[in-house]
Design a protein around this ligand. Sequence first.
Ligand code: GTP
Length: 555
Amino acid sequence: MPAISHSVIALAETLELRWKSYREGGDSDVFVEFTLSLNGLTEQLSRQHLPGLVRACQELENAALALFGDRSMHPIPDDQASAIERQLGIILTELHRHETPAVQPRRQTDEPDNNDEAWHRPRRVLIVSRAEHPWTASLSEQLSFFGFKPAEQRWESTAFDIENEPPLAIVFIPDREGCVYPLSAITAIKALRTACPTSYFYCLSVPASLESIVQLQRAGADACVPVGNKVSDVLSRILDLVETREHEVHRVLVVEDSATAIAHIRRSLSQHGIDSRAIGDPRTLLQAAADYRPDAILMDMYMPFCTGVEVTSALRQIPEYQSLPVIYLSSETDIAQQVEALRLGGDQFLTKPINPIILASVVRTKIERYREMLYSGRHDSLTGLLNHSTSKGQLESLLRTSSPARHLVVAMIDIDRFKSINDNYGHPVGDQVIRSLAWLLRGRLRNSDLIGRYGGEEFIIALPDADLERACSLLDRIREDFSQLPHAHARGALRASFSCGVAALPDYTTAASLIEAADQALLEAKRSGRNRLVRAPRPQHDSVVRMQMKEPAGG
Ligand SMILES: Nc1nc2c(ncn2[C@@H]2O[C@H](COP(=O)(O)OP(=O)(O)OP(=O)(O)O)[C@@H](O)[C@H]2O)c(=O)[nH]1
């Protein structure tokens, strides 16, 4: 279960303060502030994959939004206030229960190499099924391979073992595949939902019946996996849950000449955890965009030097900004003008005065779509890893930011005799083997490590701040584990292996030379029998000097 960050706790504390202050004065403006905080908190929780808490917050938010606009309803009657207070109490207690401890286990780039937690990220997954269900053992085995800590529980068990560490996910396997979940199962799911509001619930083998899905969702299911899906599909969903996509703050550039409007907009955005910067003169837009690298622009329609439409259409001339979301802000109510503005490059039109919740919601949706688009351009669709060109680009930028004294290890990995896997078991099984290796790497390496799919069955890894000895022993452990991993096919399970070549700073100093040296070492690993790791030889001192002297002349 992911621990709840201090920033979320800070938002919750603000929410609590605002509620107290509303209860003291009954002022409708304070109630609006409370609702805004609640909306911001829901958003933060949903970004942190805490579906149970998101659901609880959304219910409270809906109740608050119903009282949002009408001043005459305030102060609200005591029974309504008590209902809100009860729900708020549940949310706050739950948040504090999962608060990140003051000292966190570290697992980022700056971690010392001798910290084992830095390399391995166990996550607890509870599997609820009947005794000896064939899927339980298989799922459990695969989850362990990918760095999770599976635990098993029987349906009939009343005391679920969740006290010390609530699970990241709970997987429910029904006794009979494709049948409606019996009432006893629904009751067990409900009980667990109350006990684990922050875990993600998967119900497997759900029949394609709307009634059944609705019933499971009401009980607390987050995902209903259809009957017929294989264990590997479930595994893939659980892995997606912990995908190492870094959460980055949303950045919005506000182009607006009125200082009052800027203050209002920026305040609304910041209450929803969205960072912003503002410029009053559109002529400074390109410089501001280059410095700040926004994810979206909020553009006033009428400014002294030129209109928002002119600025947007000029911005669209620059390839880098062709898809950057632009949202117009205007008191323009003429539909023809609005359509024209959108035709000339804007993405959305918001009419002033702008409701802050709508503003934050539109901004977030546009940014999420924009980021999805950027993501799919940079990642490989089969594995979700960085694609070839992005891997190379990121390795280059890692080297640019590395001081000469820093460690950096690069590894090239290639699955052995992969053609024969395809030939003997078919392409889809080959794809699954590739995906499994990707999952294993994702599960075993740190967020700060670079993992890319370099070619068909070839992967590139870069481990910043990693000592060569330690990196080799980690990669060798992954190699060993991968060779033991069963890959299901129609007639049983196959085993695969990979070979690995490793090169490191300071022996090789450029991205090209690191990749080339690791590739040569990989070839050597293949030549000498496969399923092994080979380190690139340390270049002779004079040849390093010659390479360094040659490079500027060649460039
Ligand atoms: N299933 C599947 N196969 C792929 C994919 N990309 C490449 N391949 C296949 O991977 C195979 C690679 O085979 P080779 O390069 O001959 O090498 P190998 O059989 O792995 O043998 P060694 O590398 O020498 O151990 C080719 O048959 C490609 O068609 C993919 O995305 N999915």
